[in-house]
Design a protein around this ligand. Structure first.
Ligand code: NDP
Length: 451
């Protein structure tokens, strides 16, 4: 049977665009449908605008620090309108880059929603039907609210970039990446930030010592963090929102932001009807090669709810093209993924937390926490953490955890060593780069804990 295309991709985010582009460059006839903006969550309403907001929010502190270094300088006012205008221009520019990447590699694009009719047929919103030998689902995910009474009054991370003005006060609900990153951003921009997290400590799943330090420093910087606290309900009161919480408190906030997790975008795509298996959260179930229960249909990125990170979706897309179009079956590698959480302070991490490593085998823990030179000179009391978790048996570094300014940049490089299977002695053989914070990673001599 002759198909219209070799590949039809649904979703124009990082993963979908990369797979479409690489398959087309390899000679495949490719189409892609996107109902919203090209670039997806990462570029339009996630990593990119978030990181720009992190940068924006850090300048207040930079000006303060500069005074300690002898600069006659006074902090000015942050102008949200100016920043938001420039941010939107940048996102327009990036969306164009994505569109051009597709165009220049010969991918035909449809700016509309698409759903499946059968294992090889896609129906566009205008009713047009297209057939393809392979279909790739790359529809991503979306934020979800917790389902408490009044939660329609709250916003999510999707809305934060579009606010007409910054609120004076905000309650952020959740303790994951998004909640903790935005607590730091908005606090830095001068918003009065309260964060409620239902668990015992934010950033569940990461190394306890590292997340403990992040949480402590966030509080030092002015985030009003309440642990073990969840919300009961929300009510509009004038132009404020009254929130009742499980800690017995009631308080008024200008805005409430829910960062209570994300759900895969699988609704209304006709997936179950064509035989694609869905998991408990609605995610597309795939095998090691990203293939669904329907052999012609594959899925990558957040819609599969494996490791929900942009570079992972891109890797999955590349592995899909390698497998399906280059005759070289390739499994995306989900092991030892370095990652950064752009909290303030920032955290970079790769491998196992101390707790997970100890459950697995006897370990040694090397850790040091200190006031870094640059901030200490400026009179700041904040501390950083450099930590290695080492296998007693193989001497391999099982985990590296950094809480420090620039931790994301550092962990990218430490991640190479850990991925290569470096031992503690390999780290020790490396000469320190002096004076830096990260030199501590190669100069820690005595374990702080063993067992
Ligand atoms: P997470 O799943 O990381 O966190 C959700 C948070 O909300 C958790 O603290 C969770 O608590 C809490 N929560 C969930 N349901 C409820 C509820 N009903 N009531 C109250 N609290 C609730 O989701 P995020 O939205 O923060 O991030 C989604 C994903 O996006 C991340 O997992 C990550 O993969 C990706 N991401 C990555 C970033 C990066 O790389 N820097 C930045 C932003 C996002 P509990 O812990 O108790 O379950």
């Amino acid at each position: 049977m002759a198909f219209d295309y070799d590949l039809f991709v649904i979703g124009g985010g990082s993963g979908g665009v990369r797979a479409a582009r690489v398959a087309a460059q390899d000679g495949a006839k490719v189409a892609l449908a996107e109902e919203d903006r090209y670039g997806g969550t990462c570029v339009i309403r996630g990593c990119v605008p978030k990181k720009l907001m992190v940068f924006a929010s850090e300048y207040a502190g930079v000006v303060e620090d500069a005074k300690s270094y002898g600069w006659a300088i006074e902090p000015g006012q942050f102008d949200w309108d100016v920043f938001r205008g420039r941010l939107n221009d940048e996102l327009d520019r990036l969306e164009n880059v994505y569109r051009n990447l597709l165009k220049n590699s010969g991918v035909e694009t449809f700016d509309q929603r698409a759903h499946l009719e059968d294992a090889h047929t896609v129906v566009l919103a205008d009713g047009t039907k297209k057939t393809a030998k392979h279909i790739l689902l790359a529809t991503g995910g979306r934020p979800v609210k917790p389902g408490v009474p009044g939660d329609e009054l709250g916003i999510t991370s999707n809305d934060i970039f579009h606010l007409d003005e910054l609120p004076e006060s905000i309650l952020i609900v959740g303790g994951g990446y998004i909640a903790s990153e935005f607590a730091g951003i908005l606090n830095g921009l001068g918003v009065d930030v309260t964060q409620y997290y239902r668990g015992a400590q934010i950033l569940r799943g990461f190394d306890d010592e590292a997340r403990g330090l992040v949480s402590e420093e966030m509080c030092q910087r002015g985030v009003n963090l309440h642990l073990g606290t969840d919300i009961i309900d929300l009510q509009q009161e004038g132009d404020k929102i009254r929130v009742r919480a499980t800690n017995g408190k009631e308080a008024l906030f200008d805005k409430v932001m829910f960062a209570t997790g994300r759900a895969p975008n699988t609704e209304g795509l006709g997936l179950a009807e064509v035989g694609v298996e869905l998991g408990r959260k609605g995610e597309v179930v795939v095998d090691d090669y990203s293939q669904t229960a329907v052999p012609s249909i594959y899925a990558i990125g957040d819609v599969t709810d494996r490791v929900n990170l942009t570079p992972v979706a891109i890797r999955e897309g590349m592995a899909f093209v390698e497998t399906v179009f280059k005759g070289n079956p390739t499994k995306p590698d989900h092991d030892l993924i370095p990652t950064a959480i752009f909290t303030q302070p920032e955290m970079g991490t790769v491998g196992l937390s101390e707790e997970d490593a100890r459950d697995q085998e006897p370990i040694e823990v090397y850790a040091t926490s200190f006031k870094p030179m640059q901030q200490s000179f400026a009179g700041r009391s904040e501390r950083v953490l450099m930590k290695l978790v080492v296998s007693q048996k193989t001497r391999k570094v099982l985990g590296c955890h950094i809480v420090a300014p620039g931790a994301g940049e550092m962990i990218q490089l430490a991640g190479i060593a850990v991925k290569m299977g470096a031992t503690k002695e390999d780290f020790d053989r490396t000469v320190a780069v002096h004076p830096t914070m990260s030199e501590e990673l190669v100069t820690m001599k005595t374990p702080v804990r063993t067992g």
